[in-house]
Ligand binder design. Structure first.
Ligand SMILES: Nc1ncnc2c1ncn2[C@@H]1O[C@H](COP(=O)(O)OP(=O)(O)O)[C@@H](O)[C@H]1O
Ligand SMILES: [Mg+2]
Length: 232
């Protein structure tokens, strides 16, 4: 089954105060990702990878093109529909330092999406959080610490636990390990693969590192200046 389908996606930015300059950040991209599969999107910095992800998540509006999720056209949904989809589609960003609220204990960071989406009552919440922390192989002692007391790898695990609380079907991972040490990188990537197998999650895996993308992906799309120039 096709989970995500992107058709002729374009995102143009306009910059400059006096003379308008147009940047074709994404310039006519199409791809499909099946249930439980990973598409790797690779290319040099500035080629438009993050813009593709942000557009699919509807953090920014596409200039042109269509996005389908489980067969449904989500290009211009809003309100309740967008909130519902926002549960099934999640994102992991690059920078562990800014991905958690520094003033919130890990426990509350993981609980937050459950509370926002009113997924369970207090008792079930606690059970769910302990289950999630185990799923990402973290020691439960960390639940009562703050983000600055954790390593980058531990934080990415918390981010993953937080996301998993919503049972997502599709995750956009935008350079999720590029700020981590090589040894920790491999552990996080393996965790992501295990979770994919367990829950049938589809990934759009974004990276500038071809080796990492090759390790993670079923299919690879190489981007250059807003276009896909090669597929493997
Ligand atoms: N909000 C924005 N306003 C103007 N230009 C942007 C904006 N976001 C990204 N860009 C430009 O779009 C291009 C692609 O950026 P990005 O998607 O971040 O690339 P990548 O993730 O591959 O490094 C770059 O030239 C970048 O400067
Ligand atoms: Mg980027």
């Amino acid at each position: 089954m096709t989970r995500i389908k992107v058709e002729n996606l374009k995102k143009y930015f306009y910059s400059g105060i006096f003379r308008k300059k147009m940047i074709k950040a994404v310039d006519g991209i199409s791809f499909e990702i099946k249930e439980g599969k990973t598409l790797g999107l690779v290319g040099e910095s500035g080629c438009g990878k993050t813009t593709v992800g942000r557009t699919i998540l509807r953090l920014i509006e596409p200039t042109e093109g269509k996005i389908f999720f489980d067969g449904e056209d989500i290009t211009s949904i809003d309100g309740r529909e967008l909130k519902k989809m926002g549960k099934e589609m999640q994102v992991i960003f690059q920078n562990p330092d800014s991905s958690l609220n520094p003033r919130m204990r890990i426990y509350d960071s993981i609980a937050e999406p459950l509370r926002i989406h009113k997924i369970c009552n207090k008792k079930d919440e606690k059970e769910r959080i302990y289950e999630l922390i185990e799923t990402v192989n973290l020691n439960e002692e960390l639940l009562f610490r703050y983000p600055h007391e954790l390593s980058g790898g531990q934080i990415q695990r918390v981010v993953i636990a937080r996301i998993l609380s919503l049972n997502p079907k599709f995750i956009i991972a935008d350079e999720p390990t590029s700020m981590l040490d090589v040894s920790v990188q491999a552990q996080i990537l393996n965790l992501m693969k295990d979770l994919q197998e367990k829950y049938g999650i589809s990934y759009l895996f974004i990276s500038h590192d071809l080796e990492v993308v090759e390790w993670m992906s079923d299919e690879i799309a190489i981007m250059h200046k807003g276009k896909i120039v090669e597929r493997k």
